[in-house]
Design a protein around this ligand. Structure first.
Ligand code: CMP
Length: 427
């Protein structure tokens, strides 16, 4: 799945999640207050039933496509018949608009509770998140916040079921009071201004105090863990730069060299090219390492004009042939008059193009190419290429260039068109 469809999927899951959360909060609330169902509740019931209906349909289609897939690994992912029918039944019941049915055909009030089957979706969403490798922090925080709210609301409703609302107090004011009791009990603050007066109430309070400690710990623990993960990379960067500074000071390294070293580190760190990243990839199986690197190269080159209109197959072959190199400011990547054996793509950074007398004729940067003339015309280099900043370049050898342009003539056509536009490259 790509980033866009990942985001779309997460947004859809969020909508379904909100629908389930609304039901999980509203159903016990309506039950304990025996409230009249308002028109806005009927409208929301209809909207969420449609959303759940769509979700049921998407889910059904997904299961069918897994079952009928030609790929063995995909077929393995399809749920077993028991799980499939259980999931689908729960999902189907969740689509039924019980509030609407209650209002129009007079279902007993207790049927509201059947809508809680929508909660099953919350469980499935949590499962989906646990299976996904890369879930954004905003989504995780949203899930934790809503689940906490649902649980707190239930606890408050439980208290209301034991101590029903007196007639002279409004629903809002009584709910706020009970919610306040819930928070002070779960957080083990217990001011003691609202206390149980019956055995049932005392047992309930004991129970809530015990689960409250656990719940509090889980929520705080999860949020702390997420914050720490988001900050880890920044912390590593700070540590590296600190070490570098101490090293420079200890050995009295001249100022211009210090600056060059800091620039280089900043460049690597800003691109996340840390030792740690390389270590993470190096621990994966070789075949997977290669696939990830090819994927990253395809992502980079697909945005470059000379690769526009070329199929995935071509991009993949080019990506396989590219080798990454780094250059520092002032490095000569190409010297005029030499024989050329490779061309380059600038992934990041900028280079100057100068002719034999040293005049700079152009400046090339991210996404542009150079060194192609010597390969196309089989002549010597027509200009010098000097790194102007720290650059990440991708190198394509003469041999691979020949193989690729033979296999994909459109690639050669695009490169030649790019070369003809050269005079306009000057900044
Ligand atoms: P090549 O001759 O192989 O090596 C030097 C490279 O500099 C050349 O290929 C082009 O890619 C690039 N080059 C030469 N002249 C210009 C120009 N006027 N504008 C931009 N790039 C150029």
């Amino acid at each position: 799945m790509n980033k866009k469809s990942d985001l779309k999927h997460l947004l859809w899951v969020s909508i379904v999640f909100w629908g389930a959360a609304y039901t999980a909060i509203e159903a016990p609330f309506s039950l304990v207050f025996h409230g009249r169902i308002h028109t806005w509740q009927l409208v929301l019931d209809a909207v969420f039933s449609i959303i759940f209906g769509l979700d049921f349909y998407f889910h059904y289609k997904e299961i069918k496509s897994l079952e009928n897939s030609k790929s063995y690994t995909k077929r393995l992912k399809a749920p077993k018949p028991f799980a499939k029918y259980t999931f689908l039944t729960f999902d189907f019941v969740a689509c039924i608009p019980f509030d609407l049915l209650g209002a129009f055909i007079g279902l007993p009030h207790v049927f509201i509770i059947l809508r809680l089957l929508r909660l099953f979706r919350v469980y499935k969403i949590v499962q989906t998140i646990n299976e996904m490798a890369n879930v954004p922090t905003w989504f995780r925080i949203q899930v934790i916040a809503i689940i906490s709210l649902i649980v707190l609301n239930w606890i408050a409703c439980g208290w209301i079921a034991i101590y029903p609302k007196p007639d002279d107090v409004s629903v809002t004011s009584y709910f706020i009071k009970c919610f306040y009791w819930t928070i002070t009990t779960v957080a083990t603050i217990g001011y003691g201004d609202i206390t149980p007066t019956t055995d049932g109430g005392r047992i309930y309070t004991c129970f809530i105090e015990i689960i409250g400690v656990g719940m509090y710990g889980i929520v705080i623990g999860n949020i702390t863990q997420m914050m720490a993960a988001a900050d880890r990379h920044k912390e590593q960067t700070r540590e590296k730069l600190n070490d570098l500074l101490l090293f420079m000071k200890h050995y009295h390294i001249p100022h211009h060299l210090q600056e060059a070293a800091f620039n280089h580190y900043n460049h690597l760190l800003s691109k996340r090219l840390t030792d740690n990243d390389e270590k993470i990839i190096s621990e994966l199986p070789h075949a997977l390492q290669d696939e990830i690197q090819i994927y990253m190269k395809i992502k980079l080159i697909s945005a470059i004009p000379i690769f526009h209109g070329l199929g995935h197959e071509c991009l993949k072959e080019v990506a396989k042939s590219l080798e990454q190199i780094y250059t520092a400011p002032g490095d000569y990547v190409i010297r005029v008059g030499e024989m050329g054996h490779e061309m380059f793509i600038i992934a990041h950074g900028s280079v100057d193009v100068s002719i034999a007398d040293g005049t700079i004729v152009a400046n090339l940067h991210d996404g542009q190419i150079f060194g192609e003339i010597a390969l196309i015309k089989e002549t010597t280099r027509t200009a010098n290429i000097i790194s102007q900043s720290y650059c990440d370049l991708y190198k394509l050898t003469d041999e691979n260039f020949k193989i690729l342009t033979k296999q994909f003539p459109k690639l050669l056509e695009n490169i030649e068109k790019n070369t003809q536009r050269r005079p306009t490259d000057k900044k």
